[in-house]
Design a protein. Sequence first.
Length: 596
Amino acid sequence: MAKPQSILITDVGSTTTKAILIEKTEGEYRLTGQANAPTTVEAPLEDVMIGLQEALGHLARVTGRSFLEDGQLIIPQQGTKGVDLYLSTSSAGGGLQMLVAGLMKVLTAESAHRAALGAGAIVMDVLALDDGRLVVERIKRIRELRPDMILLSGGTDDGNISQVAGMAEYIAAAEPQPRLGEDFQVPLVYAGNVQARDYVEKVLSRQVSVHHSNNLRPTLEQEVLEPARREIHRLYLEHVMSHAPGYRQLLEWTRGQIYPTPLAVGKVLQTVARKRDLNLLAFDIGGATTDAFTVLDGILHRTVSANLGMSYSLGNVLAEARPENILRWLPFDLSERQLRNWNFNKMIRPTTLPETTEELLLEQATAREALRLSLQHHKSLAVTLRGVQQSRSIAEVFKQTPGGQTIVDLKKIQMVIGSGGVVSHAPRRSQAMLVLLDAVEPEGITSLYVDSAFLLPHLGILSDHEPEIALTVLEKDCLIPLGTVIAPAGIPRPGSPLARVKIRFPDGGEGEEEVLSGRLKVVHLPAGQKASVEIVPRRGFDVGAGPGVMIAAQVEGGQVGLVLDGRGRPLVLPTDPQHRQEILWSWFEAMQAFER
């Protein structure tokens, strides 16, 4: 089958609809245009196609190619009209909002939570028989939430069905109502004990639309998530999106293929990890939420920090992080009252941008804490199975350790990607890199990137159809390499070196550097160049092979370069305000992020 010469992809977001055009020019696929328009899913317009067509109109003016004729999409391409392939993702209306229920909060309910997140959903609540709530409270909660879909799991196969039956009965008593539309039943995916299927169907069939999938926990030692995720995606397209305002026409344009935006992002990250044969960590920090993704040995893990964002949710960042943790990143004096005033003004006017260096430093300080909290949340959910000692099919990641331990080991993360306005649009790339370094505290050898054009959702759905084209555009037009950081893990003593680094540059030249306690140093290594390094850590410090063990590797350059981070792990800031501010300025100046 001939490859498309032109590809149109849209992402219908909760506030903005983004359209991009990819074309084959001079034998290579490249991004040739992009345009945005406000999403029109809510009143008074209540039709996503209005905003979508406006975005396509802007894109037509940018590219000189028309996409619509009499309100219909032109496919296939006809000269300068139309395109050969059209794809779309969506998180409009808040995306796919799900309620999850399981028998025990740290067993089946936790597995159901992971399944829903991996399918691209925002999990509104997790109900379990041991969650401390009365049955009447659970019933009230279900009625209040009005979820798009429910995922019910519980019990191992061939186990007792009485507890699963009890959960089905209180869901039936709640009579769940859909968030979008009124003339259909809320879809419910049952992914529990197969012996309880008939009873669940009998109890719930009048109140919800019941659909079955494989048991998420067929035994205590197994977790099978993918079948439930596929069923959630199918129902999202057939039941949920078909009732959202204007989506029927969009479904026709895409031939029934619309991905939830987070699902698409996860797919492209898996493609990158597989192509480069590495483990990665990625963040998408928005105005209301922050998504965190890891791909570990090819397995995707995703979490949504639903109240950690840089505008609408800024108050929650302040509350969770505490003011003192935001203030510690500022190289100047600021009272807690001034911090709160800035915070509340930003929430009132969420689209305002920093006008002074102080405001920019304050925004980036808050972003550090939002990302740090999001990573903590991600680690708490990306865990081994609880209650048993076992390996979950990828033995290198899931060691024989007690269940419930996080599987996110920063020494095994070779790539970190930042997306979202605060990092993607930072005035200097070194500022974005420093925000990621301070928030994530990568260990060992790690390459850092930013998504400069917010293309990850678009390229995610494209990777399912044309993976080679998606990777080409991703590497040439989307991901900006910031550089590589070498960060020995361990607690440094003042004035002592942490490691010695021998560097062989691409031109054959050689150099030797020391990773010094408490300092950052940037070694010039431009984007597109690679250098060979030999790192000899001091006793007690680890760069990935064990404490004190030498490691040899290739490192990539970037817009910032090769960064030697001797601040130790975990990163600890001085408590004395004047000393701390001097330390911060030394880091900013070393990275050329800010000048005094």
